[in-house]
Design a protein around this ligand. Structure first.
Ligand SMILES: [Zn+2]
Length: 292
């Protein structure tokens, strides 16, 4: 099953739904960043959720979601242009904790809860719109549900999951978001709450080969109407040109040190790990252009 998301509507229950499978793109991130299982889970959950948030807007705004709860993983940050492509990284890819009682990956421990979830929407206007909420559990799904209700006033269910195999390869990843429409009644809320009681983990369902549509149908039967699907990819838009541009903002003294002492520079893209080499001559040219 390739990576994709589906957007749907459940008119009878006054809610809209998003569901996705993201195993391949989380595996791409794992390879690029050498993620250990808990880091795969944290980044995979945040990428899955952010891709679904991207599908909530119609325009190709730049959406950046990050969190830092003071835990050992540091910052987890992902960016999408709401076009199904995403890139992201974690502060420390080599973190691994499991809960003693369940043996499950302890994402909440890796992330911590002493900090914020931040959402930045850049719509090409003068200033991007930034909103942030305090982290609730650091498990990411709970934190996003809190964000939707506190910051966007949209009561939401957020279920995210990443299953990692013995060999550290991601076996399944994805999730779903259910958002109540303003017309939703107490009955609709009770219906959804009851459905979610004892509902299997989304990573388990995906691992069994269930599609996003099948998972939504398990919840809503044939009341769910699927409107649109979108293919999903991990893709970084970095290039040597972009880093040349970034180097023009570096102070002259630092450029001089790169030229005269290091005789070149290696710049690594934090989103995808790709390294760009700049020779002494290229750096001299950048410095000259800066003052042209
Ligand atoms: Zn890159």
């Amino acid at each position: 099953m390739k990576d994709y998301l589906v957007r749907g509507l459940v008119n009878k229950r006054n809610c809209r739904v998003f569901a996705c499978t993201t195993k391949d793109l989380v595996n791409v991130a794992r390879e690029k960043h050498d993620l250990w299982p808990c880091a795969s889970a944290a980044l995979g959950r945040l990428m899955s959720a952010t891709l679904m948030m991207g599908a909530m807007n119609k325009s190709n705004d730049k959406l950046t979601v990050s969190l830092n709860g003071g835990g050992p993983i540091g910052t987890v940050l992902v960016t999408t242009h709401c076009d199904g492509k995403i890139k992201g990284f974690v502060g420390d890819p080599h973190v691994h904790y499991t809960y003693n009682d369940t043996g499950k990956l302890a994402v909440g421990v890796c992330v911590g809860r002493d900090g914020y979830l931040q959402v930045i929407r850049d719509m090409g206007l003068k200033e991007p719109i930034t909103s942030q909420v305090p982290l609730q559990t650091g498990e990411i799904g709970d934190d996003l549900a809190y964000y939707f209700s506190a910051s966007e006033q949209v009561p939401s269910v957020v279920s995210l999951g990443v299953l990692v195999g013995e060999d550290n390869v991601v076996k399944s990843a994805g999730g779903f978001i259910i958002q109540l429409l303003p017309e939703a009644t107490d009955d609709d809320i009770t219906f959804i709450e009851n459905k979610l009681k004892d509902f299997p983990a989304v990573s388990q369902l995906l691992d069994e080969g269930k599609s996003p549509e099948e998972i939504m149908t398990m919840l809503f039967g044939d009341e769910v109407e699927f409107l649109e699907t979108q293919d999903l990819f991990f893709e970084c838009d970095c290039s040597k040109d972009k880093f040349s541009g970034a180097l023009t903002t570096v102070p002259d003294e630092q450029l001089d040190a790169m030229i005269n002492e290091d005789h070149g520079a290696e710049i690594k893209c934090q989103f995808c790990g790709k390294t760009y080499h700049f020779s002494e001559d290229e750096l001299k040219e950048i410095k000259a252009n800066k003052h042209a």
